[in-house]
Design a protein around this ligand. Structure first.
Ligand SMILES: Nc1ncnc2c1ncn2[C@@H]1O[C@H](COP(=O)(O)OP(=O)(O)OP(=O)(O)O)[C@@H](O)[C@H]1O
Length: 245
């Protein structure tokens, strides 16, 4: 059974339909990259999956269970099983690195502080921030802050991580340290949804690349299928354009 099943999903902003007929099955440990032109609905799909924008119709199943985004108790569960990291790291400026990672598991998930702190130290060490536990966000580079943001998401112990252009706000020399962290998550078997404009990276890590345009999935396939042998004219045009850059 796929870990995540998206069935005929539709979403609107007001009366404007921004996602339609989205169908996608994701197996545990898969790395799914969403690519497509600006405004094609990539971020919106992540927002819908997280329950930040309720779908108009269609459904999402996690481990075979249908998610009811209108049910507040289920919404909490959804947010516990998936974690999202955005382009802007949005760390709490008045909290240390360690506290940033611990606050939601302790305050929202009501897990024991000692256990959470131990996990937080392990995660921060893993993302190369173990020597900055007591630092404050304004003492860190963008790449370091983003790695703390990834550790913070991992501390929620999600089974699926959604990464929305996590390197887009970084100076070029800091991009790789964050991509290395994502490579590590992939190697650990975490199921990942990635929206990224780093096409070399997308090609390297993805098990499946999904090309979106105008709120639809146009086609999906392995990186090789999608980049080297796209089936649709629209995909060929997009891939041709990005590869020329
Ligand atoms: N908060 C919002 N209110 C209304 N419309 C929105 C909102 N956010 C996005 N949209 C619209 O929804 C559509 C999909 O936007 P989305 O941000 O999902 O695209 P995207 O593929 O992630 O683009 P980009 O690569 O530029 O981030 C666009 O037409 C956009 O204008």
């Amino acid at each position: 059974m796929p870990q995540l099943e998206i069935h005929d999903l539709k979403a609107n902003y007001g009366t404007h339909t921004v996602l339609e007929r989205i169908n996608l099955d994701v197996e545990k440990g898969e790395i799914i990259s969403l690519i497509g032109p600006s405004g094609s609905g990539k971020s919106t799909l992540l927002r819908v999956l997280m329950g930040l924008l309720p779908p108009i119709s269609g459904g999402v199943r996690v481990d075979g269970r249908s998610l009811d985004y209108a049910n507040p108790a289920q919404l909490r569960e959804i947010r516990a099983s998936m974690a999202i990291v955005f382009q802007q790291y949005n760390l709490f400026q008045n909290m240390s690195v360690l506290e940033n990672v611990c606050v939601a598991p302790v305050k929202v998930q009501r897990r024991a502080r000692k256990e959470v702190e131990e996990l937080a130290v392990r995660l921060l060490t893993k993302v190369g921030m173990g020597n900055k536990l007591d630092a404050y966000p304004d003492q860190l580079s963008g790449g370091q802050q983003q790695r703390v943001a990834i550790a913070r998401a991992l501390a929620l112990q999600p089974s699926i991580m959604l990464l929305d252009e996590v390197t887009a706000a970084l100076d070029p020399e800091l991009v790789n340290e964050v991509l290395d962290t994502v490579r590590m998550l992939a190697a650990d078997g975490m199921t990942l949804f990635i929206v990224s404009h780093e096409m070399g990276f997308v090609r390297e890590v993805s098990s499946k690349v999904v090309f979106m345009d105008g709120g639809h999935i146009v086609e999906s396939g392995t990186p090789r299928e999608l980049f080297d042998n796209p089936q649709h004219a629209r995909t060929r045009e997009f891939v041709g354009k990005i590869l020329r850059h």
